[in-house]
Design a protein around this ligand. Sequence first.
Ligand code: HEC
Ligand code: HEC
Ligand code: HEC
Ligand code: HEC
Ligand code: HEC
Ligand code: HEC
Ligand code: HEC
Ligand code: HEC
Length: 510
Amino acid sequence: MMKRCLILVGGVFLYLFSGYFVFADKPTFAEKETVNKKCVGCHSSLHQGLVTQHLESPMANLHDKINPILCLDCHGFEHQSAEDYTKAEMPTAETCGECHHDQLKQLREGKHNLAWFGMKSQVAYHRQQSAIVEVGYRGCSGCHKIGQKGLMGISQGITDDLEYDAGQEMSKYRYGNTQCDACHTRHSFKKSEAQDPRVCSNCHVGFDHPQWEMYMSSKHGIVWDIEKNKNVKGRTPTCQYCHMPAGNHTVKTSWGFLALRIPTKSNVLKLIGKESTPKDSPSEKTSWGELAQQISDESNVFKLIENIPELVDALTKLVEYLPVGNYEGVDDDPQWVFDRALILQASGILDANFQPTKRFIEIVVQGEAARGPTEFNEIRGKMKTICQECHAKKFVELHFKASDEIIKAADREFAKAIQAVQGLYQDGILEKPANWEFAPDLLQFYDAKTVIEQELYLILLEYRQRTFQGAFHASNDYMHWYGWAPLKTAVANILEEAKRMRTKHEEKGK
Ligand code: HEC
Ligand code: HEC
Ligand code: HEC
Ligand code: HEC
Ligand code: HEC
Ligand code: HEC
Ligand code: HEC
Ligand code: HEC
């Protein structure tokens, strides 16, 4: 091809007669600015709003002798005419990270970075048509695009730490790969916007994680709303004050979204009444699902375990996978350990024999849905220090203790409902749907086939979530009337419905 270009003597860019600039390695700012004038000029006539936002943004108006950031710093300069705009580059978090190393590094280490992977770890996500959950970012993906695309886990054959696919998945999406713009929206990219708690409310809202509503009905949010402090530091804390102290972009809490924690070795040994790890003596005879059914509502877990030695074997096997240490200040009650194990079982994270499944690796280990004691204690310690900037130590301890106890109470109720439904499957009153791996399976969400399982799903994602999340966020209304109250109603309905289904089944059998 004949190159009709003029090489500027001593210059570092090439000029094509078509008006197309081709930069050499390192263009000077003046050279970039020349090209950028064209971007701004043409785009002003296309969408003035976008250009104004950029021109008025902090990055386009840097002081202290730093050159302003230009369109082409983020979009490249391959596209320079009305015809070739598909060549425009769309920025990724890496693009921003070229100049903001610290924020990128911090984001990568926190839970936000795992949001896309976490979403895709869900069976419910894969069961919906893509228009509902993915295309155009209207469903799950609209919120979860804050996460990094292209993280590969056990579904891609990676069993250890997540690996990155070098941009393959990202290349399938024209838009929505930036991550950073979840809190610093284009084209202003402001720090002050990200410091406002309203910025989080785009996602931390509604059905299963109404942190915004809880905050706004807590004293913290109300005072913030009245006083509208312009930055993170005010008389009461914002979301960012508690979750992104000192502007740290790594977000993670102790309990996490589902308020689950990985049991420790000593938790389980205490549950099975042993001091140290006994020898492996697996028993193949009895189904553990069957054994779980034998636990009645009011059962004492110790008695149960005494009477079912096979359960001890199963739990003993589990001990191998578990971390050492203990959760500081959190109740170790063995009944609670067992109730949590039932929740994990009903989520297909532990199998019928209480052994870890593929979901355990994908959701808990790789997606980091639950923490072990070391991490839990560290994050909690930091959070308590933040509270103590304004509250007494005793006040803070009591708040956390009370909130933990609320999770425990909710889990006891939830476990009763789970057992009732597991019992229906065990006794053949409910039949496992053909394409389900586990039943009941809480993670099928709203695809549950029966009214009783729909209720069970609501406990997991709506009522139990609101109960403990409301407690931590000091929203009495959410903790009680949107959380605990409907949770109790749902458990009562489930137990009643299970009884009814049994009676009906027995009548049919006669
Ligand atoms: C002569 C006009 C013109 C010039 C010069 C121009 N663009 Fe564009 N650009 C367009 C048109 C037309 C579109 C498509 C707009 C649309 O879809 O509404 C576009 C689209 C884009 C897009 C969006 C692409 C997409 O897939 O949505 C970006 C980003 C972009 N331009 C950046 C730039 C940058 C950076 C420069 C300078 C290096 C530049 N443009 C120069 C006309 C121009
Ligand atoms: C070519 C380098 C460069 C790129 C690329 C870049 N920035 Fe910046 N940005 C800067 C500089 C320089 C500043 C001013 C100094 C600072 O705050 O670090 C700044 C400031 C900011 C600020 C603070 C603005 C304020 O209100 O004070 C935010 C937020 C920001 N950038 C976000 C982003 C995001 C998001 C991206 C990617 C979409 C991005 N930046 C890409 C260089 C860059
Ligand atoms: C675009 C949507 C979106 C925005 C905006 C957003 N988040 Fe998130 N956030 C998520 C998603 C999705 C997750 C779950 C990620 C995962 O664990 O897979 C999450 C997780 C978290 C967690 C971790 C909870 C845990 O599991 O320990 C915290 C804390 C958090 N966000 C705080 C914030 C704060 C504070 C803001 C505002 C400054 C904010 N988020 C803005 C979507 C968002
Ligand atoms: C600091 C980085 C940055 C700068 C500077 C920047 N953009 Fe963007 N631009 C983005 C990001 C981030 C997106 C959203 C990408 C996505 O959705 O994947 C975007 C999206 C766009 C889009 C398509 C999406 C839409 O909203 O229509 C156009 C067009 C565009 N930019 C044009 C421009 C022009 C013209 C300039 C200069 C006047 C400019 N950008 C400056 C980061 C930047
Ligand atoms: C006063 C400090 C504080 C404020 C303000 C605050 N949080 Fe929290 N947040 C907490 C504590 C404490 C926890 C539970 C920590 C634990 O697990 O030990 C928590 C937990 C979370 C979690 C994990 C799930 C849950 O709800 O327990 C998310 C997500 C979250 N907060 C987001 C937000 C968002 C978004 C806002 C603002 C709308 C906000 N938080 C305001 C202290 C705060
Ligand atoms: C969950 C919301 C959220 C996301 C996502 C996010 N930021 Fe921020 N960012 C904030 C908050 C809040 C602040 C203000 C911190 C403070 O008060 O110092 C901030 C501040 C900044 C600043 C200004 C730093 C300073 O000290 O002046 C830059 C630059 C920045 N972010 C870049 C990024 C980049 C780059 C990404 C993506 C890799 C990103 N942010 C993603 C919330 C976010
Ligand atoms: C309105 C925004 C929004 C939508 C829509 C949404 N999520 Fe989320 N998701 C979040 C937020 C915010 C969190 C973090 C909540 C918390 O920690 O309390 C989250 C947490 C999660 C987690 C927990 C990750 C963990 O490790 O704790 C998974 C998994 C998840 N979502 C999957 C999905 C799936 C699948 C869909 C669609 C069926 C979906 N989400 C729809 C915002 C959303
Ligand atoms: C920046 C200061 C500040 C921080 C940090 C802070 N709070 Fe507060 N908090 C307040 C103020 C001010 C009030 C309102 C006082 C009142 O009700 O008289 C309040 C109210 C409360 C209340 C309601 C008290 C009542 O009597 O109704 C609880 C509970 C609470 N905070 C817990 C916490 C916890 C837990 C943390 C840490 C996760 C925390 N706060 C962090 C300032 C703060």
